[in-house]
Design a protein around this ligand. Structure first.
Ligand SMILES: Cc1cc2nc3c(=O)[nH]c(=O)nc-3n(C[C@H](O)[C@H](O)[C@H](O)COP(=O)(O)OP(=O)(O)OC[C@H]3O[C@@H](n4cnc5c(N)ncnc54)[C@H](O)[C@@H]3O)c2cc1C
Length: 532
């Protein structure tokens, strides 16, 4: 079959590209997705994320390699494997990142990616419940709303932040991220707004858009150094599709570098070990893995309701009815509605830590069921880790998972920042505002006081924040994989557009920036097509 554009992966970026590129009826677009249609009902009920976090029917359920600096721990690494990709299973928290993130990309040689360059694409994405403004969109595909509930415990946390000197920020997605405030969420009318529902569903009828779920891409096909199509498995047989314009990899930060390697693009020594013929020597493929780290501190609370108790027994039934009849209540909530963005050192230009305030606790460390008693968790998350990881194909078999090493807490600076973030989390819970609710700290627990004890807890039970990025980084240096127009260096007809191209991961959750990348990629491809 011949197409103009083949997009690999219907995730946060892939669905955006499918929509925008097929808007011109002359373009024949193929979208290949390894996972199924997004029919699972829990995808669409916001609090249903708890059901799909480890559901292999819609989730790759990866695991990290043993982490050297975290006592050899292997983290569970969920990723969406369904239309909408990870935007169909994520926590729906909508954070763009800092002005400094994008200006840093531009300064590193990625012309066209400064904050002022990317802002129009963030605006284009969204229909914001706050209305259109010079920072927000009023008519984009993605529903972005204020959904955080004004519960007793949420109000106490906002007050606690201000009590310890963190100012209230009315718009975390404004030009200044620092402060404590409500997160908006990619939720509309009480339902998850994934990129499949926002960008794909409304255009599935287009005759020039061929969407093939349950299609696992094996590799990109080359004629010399020109990508001409892809080979993939579907319905038990092997298929080939040809692209006259471009193949665009949107498989995410773990799959895109793996597909490049399986296609012969990467470090020649590594490819030869796997018996893969080398098409192009590109040593940066799969290097530079960046993420955020999270150490979770937990408390039992009183005089307040939390997700724990609201999702049990009679209350759960009442919440179910509230959702069905009014699209309100706990089932409409993202993973966390409040966060603080702080600087751990005054000399920093912008925040280096996100403190995520969850009004829920897991029953035990390593157990993903909710505690029966009311509880809160603060995720202490360094945002600018110095350590870098890797992701690589570990077998020539495209069905084998890639090998993933994060190298979390690899540097002294990363460890110091993690401990400092944990201490500020405790300071929030020790405020007058939290006094009426504070029962006791469950983990790491009051016995852990010294830096070493906190660090030991972080190493044992901390984990990736699930924001992997930068494994096919955009740039102009020798380790860059794509150039600022997202074309893979050294070959033709091949681009990457997903979280893997971020030169450095943004400071905040990564879905919004990935959708922006999809929008900008489509715009660049269409501009080039129209000028040729
Ligand atoms: C549990 C969880 C919670 C999160 N919560 C938030 C949050 O609250 N807010 C936020 O901003 N970010 C959050 N994130 C991160 C965010 O969702 C991701 O950064 C973003 O979705 C990445 O988009 P992507 O397009 O790069 O990849 P994905 O959305 O993962 O898309 C890649 C797609 O490619 C497909 N694919 C992969 N390999 C192949 C192949 N060989 N053939 C065919 N298809 C293939 C995959 O199945 C997938 O659908 C969360 C992530 C996780 C895992």
């Amino acid at each position: 079959m011949a197409y103009d554009y083949i997009i690999v992966g219907a995730g946060s970026a892939g669905c955006v590209l499918a929509n925008r590129l097929s808007a011109d009826p002359k373009n024949r677009v193929l979208l290949l997705e390894a996972g199924p249609e997004d029919k699972n009902v829990w995808i669409h009920v916001p609090l249903g994320y708890g059901r799909n976090i480890d559901n292999p029917a819609v989730n790759w359920c990866f695991e990290s390699q043993p982490e050297e600096y975290c006592h050899g721990q292997r983290y569970f690494l969920p990723r969406g494997k369904v239309l909408g990709g990870t935007s169909s299973i994520n926590g729906m928290v909508y954070v763009r990142g800092q002005v400094e993130d994008f200006d840093g990309w531009a300064q590193a040689g990625c012309r066209g990616w400064s904050y002022d360059d990317v802002l129009p694409y963030f605006i284009k994405c969204e229909t914001n419940s706050r209305g259109a403004s010079d920072l927000h969109g009023g008519d984009g595909p993605l529903q972005i709303s204020d959904v955080g509930e004004e519960t007793v415990i949420n109000r106490a946390m906002l007050a606690a932040g201000q009590e310890i000197g963190i100012h209230f920020n009315p718009d975390i997605n404004g030009r200044v991220q620092e402060g404590i405030g409500w997160h908006q969420a990619s939720i509309g009318k009480g339902r998850r707004c994934s990129t499949a529902t926002a960008y794909l569903k409304p255009v599935r009828h287009r005759k020039n858009l061929d969407v093939q779920p349950e299609a696992l891409v094996r590799r990109v096909l080359f004629d010399g150094k020109r990508a001409v199509g892809v080979e993939y498995d579907r319905s038990g047989s092997r298929h080939e599709a040809r692209a006259g314009g471009a193949v665009i990899l949107s498989g995410g930060a773990f799959a895109s570098p793996q597909i490049l390697e399986l296609s012969g693009i990467g470090d020649p020594a590594r490819l030869q070990t796997l018996g893969i013929p080398v098409v192009h020597d590109l040593p940066g493929v799969g290097e530079n893995l960046q993420d955020h780290f999270a150490a979770h501190l937990r408390w039992r609370v009183k005089n307040a309701r939390t997700f724990n108790d609201r999702t049990r027994g009679l209350r759960a039934m009442a919440e179910g009815l509230n959702y069905i009849l009014r699209r309100k209540g706990v089932l409409t909530q993202p993973t966390f509605a409040i966060a603080a963005y702080i600087r751990t050192r005054p000399e920093l230009a912008s925040p280096d830590v996100q403190l995520q305030f969850f009004t829920a606790t897991y029953k035990a460390l390593g157990d993903r069921s909710l505690d029966p008693e009311p509880g809160v968790t603060i995720g202490a998350c360094p945002l600018r880790l110095e350590g870098r990881g890797q992701v690589h194909a570990q077998s020539p078999d495209h069905r084998a998972p890639p090998a993933i090493w994060h190298n979390l807490l690899a540097t002294e600076g990363d460890r110091r920042t993690a401990v400092s973030a944990m201490r500020t989390s405790r300071a929030l819970m020790a405020t007058e505002a939290m006094k009426p609710h504070f029962e006791f700290e469950t983990t790491p627990g009051p016995d852990a006081q010294a830096d070493d004890e906190l660090l030991d807890y972080a190493r044992r039970f901390g984990r990736s924040c699930l924001h992997p990025a930068s494994t096919c980084k955009m740039g102009v240096d020798a380790m860059a994989v794509v150039d600022p127009s997202l074309k893979v260096h050294g070959v033709e007809g091949l681009r990457v557009a997903d979280a893997s191209v971020m030169p450095n991961v943004v400071c905040g959750n990564t879905n919004a920036a990935t959708i922006m990348i999809g929008e900008k990629a489509a715009d660049m491809i269409l501009a080039e097509q129209n000028s040729s």
